[in-house]
Design a protein around this ligand. Structure first.
Ligand SMILES: [Zn+2]
Length: 353
């Protein structure tokens, strides 16, 4: 009897040990999954190209205390709904100036941010966002920081693939990379999508040396031989956009439909363009910020593109729309066009040349 008890006690302690080891493994896995700079995946759907809609300059929350402010946000929701229903994208990028923070008199601007995300979330489409110069611009007596906005978004939305980015780059937030994976192998990248915070609002409008270093280090690590195409998103055009901007009419090789203002570039160039130019894998950069520009022009071996003003908020009354990207694998191709609120489509361009 005593022998049997000892045997049972042995089995019991063995079980305890196994469960302790299992618990440790689970904890370790959770820690790994929680790492902020982990490379997250989105996957191309079998048998169809991967489509991305860019929503730029929505400027939610303007004049929330009057009639016209909330009404224009309803109009912006209609723009996004129309584009999402016409184009049925697999992914959405919120390309900055999601809200006009300097015009929001409530403590938590996240409410307006959340409203801007709602058409995408309601349709079950995953998304990623970057900051523009208005998202944490200072209001006289309140303000929601970039970190607060991003924590609010990622903490409440399983569909959000946005990230705060490495801590050493803060207060520059929204610096991260996503892997677009092949439909038949989640481990095989079709493209890397880079998101960078081009500043503005609470600090200068610039992509810093530290961000450039982060880009260099990350791209060397995950794509050392530049074999996988890279697509770049940020809000404020770099100074290089000036050098390719069409004067007057938009003529080939540039493609677009409105060229109604001057490029309003970042304050300075701290090496990011050189870094991109050194990588044959870079296909295109997409920015917002200038509501009156929607062109793509070639620059060295890749393209510099504006999105299209999507919101009824912000300056300008040019018709609203969204730039669409279409990526195919085997062979890789990157095509883009602009899809308008009324369903019209124009300015198609092939960007992987
Ligand atoms: Zn804007």
């Amino acid at each position: 009897m005593a022998g049997q008890n000892r045997k049972l006690a042995k089995i019991f302690s063995l079980l305890l040990l196994i469960s302790a080891v299992a618990a440790a493994v689970v904890v370790a896995a959770a820690v790994v999954a929680a790492q902020p700079d982990e490379l997250r995946n989105i996957r191309v759907r079998q048998g169809s190209p991967f489509k991305i809609a860019l929503f730029a300059d929505l400027h939610f929350g303007e004049d929330a205390w009057t009639g016209w402010g909330p009404l224009q946000d309803v109009h912006s929701i209609n723009v996004m709904s129309s584009v999402l229903d016409h184009e049925k994208p697999d992914f959405v990028v919120y390309l900055g100036d999601v809200i006009t923070a300097n015009n929001i008199p409530i403590a938590n601007a996240s409410l307006h941010w959340d409203q801007a995300l709602s058409p995408t979330r309601d349709r079950g489409i995953p998304w990623a966002s970057v900051f523009g110069n208005h998202d944490d611009a200072h209001f006289d007596f309140m303000g929601t920081t970039r970190l607060q906005l991003m924590d609010h978004e990622t903490g409440r939305n399983n569909l959000s693939l946005s990230q705060n980015g490495p801590r050493n780059l803060w207060p520059s937030v929204s610096n991260y990379v996503l892997q677009l994976s092949s439909s038949d192998n989640s481990g095989s990248p079709v493209a890397f999508l880079y998101f960078l915070d081009s500043g503005g609002g609470s600090y200068p409008e610039v992509i810093s040396y530290a961000q450039t270093n982060w880009f260099n280090t990350t791209s060397q690590k995950i794509n050392p031989d530049s074999r996988v195409p890279e697509i770049i998103f940020w809000h404020i055009p770099s100074i290089a956009y000036n050098s390719v901007a069409p004067s007057g009419m938009i003529n080939k090789p540039c493609v677009g439909s409105i060229n109604n203002e001057k490029v309003a570039p970042q304050d300075a160039e701290h090496g990011i363009m050189k870094a991109l130019e050194s990588r044959p894998s870079v296909q295109a950069v997409f920015v917002g910020h200038n509501h009156g520009l929607d062109w793509c022009c070639p620059h060295k071996k890749f393209w510099l593109c504006f999105a299209r003003h999507s919101g009824y908020g912000g300056y300008g009354s040019w018709a609203r729309g969204a730039r669409i990207l279409e990526i195919t694998e085997n062979p890789f191709s990157l095509k883009s066009w602009i899809s308008m609120e009324d369903g019209a489509v124009h300015s198609e361009v092939v960007l992987n040349s």
